[in-house]
Design a protein around this ligand. Structure first.
Ligand SMILES: C[S@@+](CC[C@H](N)C(=O)[O-])C[C@H]1O[C@@H](n2cnc3c(N)ncnc32)[C@H](O)[C@@H]1O
Length: 322
């Protein structure tokens, strides 16, 4: 059996017998006015953060959702794009497709605005998405891509890039590891399926996103996720996993490299009212300007005593220039 088959078997089990709290962080699902999330759906919240970012959901975008789980985020996306086929949910495990369809039917009874036709559940997987090139505005996946080994993750990211329209967004939430996960855990297929041992480090994860062609990445949240303790997991030291929410844009990669925004700002503290780096960044004295990490490093090197760079907040939501 391959590790992907082990994952499929695991998700068949948790579709048939829900495991409350399998992946989720200690927060309630995103609440929205007039949205009622059925209990059965809440119990199958197998995501480790959220991929539903309100700022990306204007104008009823078409969303391709990979790995539907119990359908929670498909319902949340449908809230913003209320039309038939607005959300295409791709899922290889038949039992999970059936569970999601059941939960969405309950959602239709509990939410007058929702019709099950808004979410089209399709058989398929992350490596062969059943839509044409440049067909959708948003691709979303929550707590799935971390299961993939790096070559498969690269394939899945390239496939997401293929189906996105120019300017489209890849909205993801995944565990990342604060240091490389030792091989004996990486090779444990069941732990990998449970989103506990396939995570890459932040650097590796963001590099693979950029390698797939995304020119801009924004980190929307980063928080503690799970602790792999030394005793249970046969480690020299405890290993913290974090959950990372990101939005990656299908835009050209600038010549000097992709822009990754982590919430840093640059603040000019020199004697002039304005500082212009002649590369598109204008800093008003004393006023923080959001910058990507690449620009932050360049500005710091250019004017080490006159420009202060603030730390990453790991919560960036637009407004920067790069
Ligand atoms: C950790 S669960 C996350 C479910 C959902 N995103 C959520 O937030 O509740 C992973 C989901 O991906 C599905 N899956 C597993 N292998 C897949 C693959 N190769 N391609 C697409 N989906 C897959 C699983 O069956 C399951 O529904």
């Amino acid at each position: 059996m391959t590790y992907l088959e082990t994952a499929a078997q695991f998700y068949r089990e948790v579709a048939e017998t829900p495991q409350v709290g399998l992946c989720c962080v200690q927060s309630t699902p995103l609440q929205l006015p007039g949205l009622k999330v059925p209990l059965a759906m809440q119990e199958m919240n197998y995501g480790c953060g959220t991929t539903v970012h309100l700022t990306e959901l204007a104008n009823q975008p078409t969303v391709l959702y990979v790995g539907v789980g119990g359908g929670l985020e498909a319902l949340q996306f449908a809230y913003f794009s209320r039309r038939p086929g607005a959300v295409i949910a791709v899922e290889p495990v038949a039992a999970m497709r059936e569970a999601a369809a059941r939960n969405l039917a309950i959602a239709a009874q509990e939410n007058p605005w929702f019709d099950t036709s808004f979410v089209e559940i399709c058989a398929g997987d992350a490596f062969n998405l059943p839509v044409a090139d440049a067909a959708v505005d948003v691709v979303a996946q929550n707590c799935l891509f971390n299961i993939f080994e790096p070559e498969d993750l690269t394939r899945a990211l390239k496939e997401a890039f293929r189906v996105l329209k120019p300017g489209g967004r890849l909205q993801m939430s995944d565990p990342i590891a604060t240091r490389p996960i030792p091989l004996h855990l990486q090779q444990d297929e069941r732990l990998r399926a449970m989103c506990l041992s396939g995570a890459l480090t932040y650097q590796e994860y963001t590099q693979l996103i950029v390698n797939a062609g995304f020119g801009q990445v924004e980190i929307r949240a980063r928080r503690p996720y799970r602790l792999l303790d030394a005793v249970t997991y046969n480690l020299e030291e405890n290993l913290l996993l974090e959950s990372l929410d990101s939005v990656s844009f299908k835009v050209d990669i600038p010549e000097d490299g992709a822009c990754i925004f982590t919430g840093k700002t640059a603040i000019y503290a020199g004697t002039e009212p304005l500082f212009d780096d002649s590369a598109g960044h204008l800093l008003q004295r004393g006023i923080p300007a959001a910058v990507c990490d690449k620009t932050a490093a360049k500005l710091a090197a250019l004017k080490p005593t006159e420009i202060m760079i603030t730390d990453s907040t790991w919560h960036y939501n637009g407004g920067g220039c790069c």
